[in-house]
Structures are given as C-alpha cells and as structure tokens.
Design a protein around this ligand. Structure first.
Ligand code: NAD
Length: 305
C-alpha cells in the first residue's frame, strides 16, 4: 500500500515538492491556508484536507514547507489555547520540516516531538522553485541517523542530493552557512563585473575570462548577474523569478542570529546583508521581490550617481 504523506505549506516550493511525491507513488493529503494553493495541489493529484490536523490522520510522514520559524513552532507545538500537531500526529510517523528557519526553532520542535514520542528531522533545501518543480533539490538534514535513513525515500522523491549535517538543527545551520556564502559570492561577482564595465570591458568577455581564471564561482558561472550575459539567468529577464531579495535577507538575518549565538565574526556576511538591505530600499519601489542577482543594479546605480 502507498505510504501516506501529510504535506503542509503548498507555496512556491511546497507545491512542486508535493507534486513530485504524488508522481513517485506517495498518497499525499495536503493543507495550505490559501485556497489557490489548495486548488493547484488538487490538480497535481493531492487530496486536500480541511485543516492541518486532519491532513495528518494515519500519516506515515508529515512534511512541512512554511515561511518562518514562528509559524513552524505554532503549527507543531501550538499556541495558547490551541494544541499543536505534535499532540495528534500518529506516534509511528516521521516529521520532516523543510522550511528554512533558525536552528533553535528546529531544536524546540525536535525536543517537543521527542517528548511526544514522535520522530523529527529538519531538512531545509537548496535549489529554489525550479528545482522544487523538477525534483532536484538538495536536502540538508539534521536528526538521528535512524530518522535520516527513514526519510530517504521521501526526500529522494523530491531531491537529487541528500546530506546529513548532524543532529536536529544542523540542517538549518548548513543551509544558513551555504546561503551566506552564496550572498557573498553574488555580491562580489556583481562588484567585479561592475568594475570591469565601468572601465570599458564587455561583461560577457570579462565573465568568460574569470570563469576560466581564479575568480570563478557559481554566481558568475551559473547565475550571471549582468543582463544579457546568460540568456536563461533571471538577470536577462528583468530579475524576475529565481530567489527573491527578501528571502536572501531572511537567510542573512538567520546567519547574523547564528553568529551572535556562537560569537563568530562574519564581516563578509554582515556586509552582504547590509548591501542587500540597501538594495531593497534603494528606490521608491521595494526591490525585495526581485531575484537576488539584482544586487547588480545596486552597483550599477552607484556608478551612475
Ligand atoms: P511561500 O510563501 O510561497 O509558501 C508558503 C506557504 O505556506 C503559503 O502557500 C502559505 O499560504 C502557507 N502557510 C503559511 N502559514 C500556514 C499555516 N499556518 N498553515 C498552512 N499553510 C500555511 O514560500 P516558499 O517560497 O514556498 O518558501 C517556503 C520555505 O522554503 C521558506 O522557509 C523559504 O525560506 C524556503 N526556501 C525557499 C526557496 C525559494 O526559492 N522560494 C528556496 C529555498 C528555501
């Protein structure tokens, strides 16, 4: 019999992930607050539940893909006057939270899950909306080895690379480190390209040179921020689609929080966060909805001042 997955949070990421679970033979009972998200999931073959609680009835797995840590905590642990899902999820189920949240949020939910006798892992993803739809996400898991092993079939239906970073919360820490590095090399790439352009170089030629030189990095090679250099990159589509500035700012905020907890110095991460914040508010129109490679426009703007 098909294994049952309760899926909560059918937004940009969750919709593609739930659809891939259906395609891989899982019986998916899904819930989202948004009727439009529910309709899309129904078309993708999910059964729609009236509430998150009813989605989890008889579930073998509960997967969530939600916006932030306070929503994740309130869904699983509950709020004053409202019990969370951990009080009703079957004891045999494994909870897999794929949202990007602070490691401490994951550890809070993990500890309450253990108290309730329920298995829990955090499994944030790298890859974005296109990878969620294509089933090629990278999962960074925090949790017991035994729970990681139990999760593998479900994660393999949604992703191409699956890693265990350590205990509960470690998946979030790995994700935060990765995205801080992504922000640093994206801002550095935009800075170098702008310097070249301001000094008379063709950005396509400069990119070709740096891709084969020691400045090569993922942002330059796969996600070039200069319009026209890479036809398929968001930069060549007015910075639409891709990974929003607001989400990058959220992740850089989590990096700042983590650095305060561990007393680590992150001067480059802090600079990247400030650059993204300045960029978001650089004009009368909020830039937070643009793809994060639009940081190139911030550099272009200051050069033209
Ligand atoms: P989104 O806003 O598109 O989707 C979130 C969904 O959760 C929405 O449909 C919303 O209605 C639903 N929701 C909110 N509260 C709910 C509740 N109490 N019960 C049920 N449903 C609820 O966001 P997204 O882009 O899908 O991102 C989800 C998570 O994935 C975030 O933590 C984000 O940081 C992370 N992430 C996003 C990307 C990306 O490129 N979009 C990439 C990697 C990771």
């Amino acid at each position: 019999m098909a294994k049952k997955v309760a899926f909560i949070g059918l937004g940009n990421m969750g919709s593609g992930m739930a659809a891939n679970l259906v395609k891989n033979g899982f019986d998916v009972c899904a819930f989202d607050l948004s009727p439009a998200a529910q309709d899309r999931a129904k078309q993708d073959g999910c059964t729609i539940a009236d509430t998150a609680a009813s989605a989890t009835v008889d579930a073998d797995y509960v997967v969530s893909m939600l916006p932030n840590g306070s929503i994740v905590e309130s869904i699983y642990i509950g709020t004053e006057g409202k019990e969370g899902l951990l009080s009703i999820i079957p004891k045999t189920a494994l909870v897999i939270d794929c949202s990007t949240i602070a490691p401490q949020n994951s550890r809070n939910v993990g500890a309450k899950a253990t108290e309730a006798g329920i298995k829990f892992i955090d499994a944030p993803v790298s890859g974005g909306v296109a990878s969620a739809a294509a089933g090629t996400l990278a999962f960074m898991v925090g949790g017991l080895e035994s729970n990681f092993a139990l999760a593998k079939d479900v994660l393999a239906a949604m992703g191409a690379n699956i890693f265990r970073a350590g205990d509960v919360g470690a998946g979030q820490t790995a994700k935060i480190c990765n995205n801080m590095l992504l922000a640093i090399h994206m801002t550095g790439t935009a800075e170098a390209l702008q310097l070249g352009v301001d000094n008379g170089l063709d950005p396509a030629v400069l990119s070709e040179i740096m891709i084969k030189s020691s400045g090569c990095n993922w942002s330059l090679e796969k996600y070039n921020p200069m319009p026209g250099v890479m036809p398929t990159a968001p930069a060549s589509n007015d910075y639409q689609g891709g990974f929003m500035v607001d989400l990058m700012l959220k992740d850089l905020g989590l990096a700042m929080e983590a650095s305060l907890n561990s007393k680590s110095s992150i001067p480059m991460g802090a600079a990247a966060r400030n650059l993204y914040n300045l960029h978001k508010n650089a004009s009368t129109e909020d830039q937070g909805g643009k793809d994060f490679s639009s940081i190139q426009q911030f550099y272009g703007q200051s050069a033209n001042d």
